[in-house]
Design a protein around this ligand. Sequence first.
Ligand code: ZN
Ligand code: FE
Length: 255
Amino acid sequence: MAFQTHQFPYGDDNYGLLLHCTDSNLTACIDAGDADATEAALAETGWQLSHIFITHHHGDHTAGLADLKQRHNAAVMGPIIDSPASALYDIRLGDGDHFDFAGRRVDVIATPGHTLDMLNFYIAAEDMVCTGDTLFVMGCGRIFEGDADMMWASLEKLLALPDQTIIYCSHEYTIANAAFARAVDPNNAALAARQEAITELRNSGLPTVPTRLDLEKATNPFLRVDNAAIRAHLGMEQASNAAVFAEIRKRKDNF
Ligand code: ZN
Ligand code: FE
């Protein structure tokens, strides 16, 4: 049977995710930013935590790791690149690695840019990917440790996944992302319609996460750097995709 999922909010705008396999009774959480919120989600579902997948070292993704690991004796899969959190990782992973979770192959996609250690977890059998702070709904992560070329190369890896891939990301930034997307892609009808739809979701207190890759390709400006209208809007008709990406990222930082 397909995995069951349970997404829960914590902090200002973070989402945690539990993945549960009813056949094996194994449960993974994606990131460990808040031990109390994760415990509450486990109590609500009745699932026993067995694995923790860490996307990157930032505190809003790792602050609860020591507590959760110790309480549940969970196996921690995390980036091979050292960080203040990495002493707690049991299995260190890099780009192209894969491991088994509950009988599914989990492919590790390194997506540096936001941080150098960023990992995304792709489970083809479940048509899903966890993108951490790399790809957001209609947005992408701020570049803290890498550079724009690196971040664009990372997004290109996600663009290569199947269109129907469900994307779980770690923050609810969608209202602000949509406003910025409209500013650089003003004549995109799909984007305008989606901005209305996500505003209704948020007004009803509902999450905009997860999203789907085909929807992002149609509405996320950071994945649309080859789009003629966006390029014309920026006056960058002849520029490389990486240069257009860098310009859009810079504008978002100052939006
Ligand atoms: Zn982060
Ligand atoms: Fe974060």
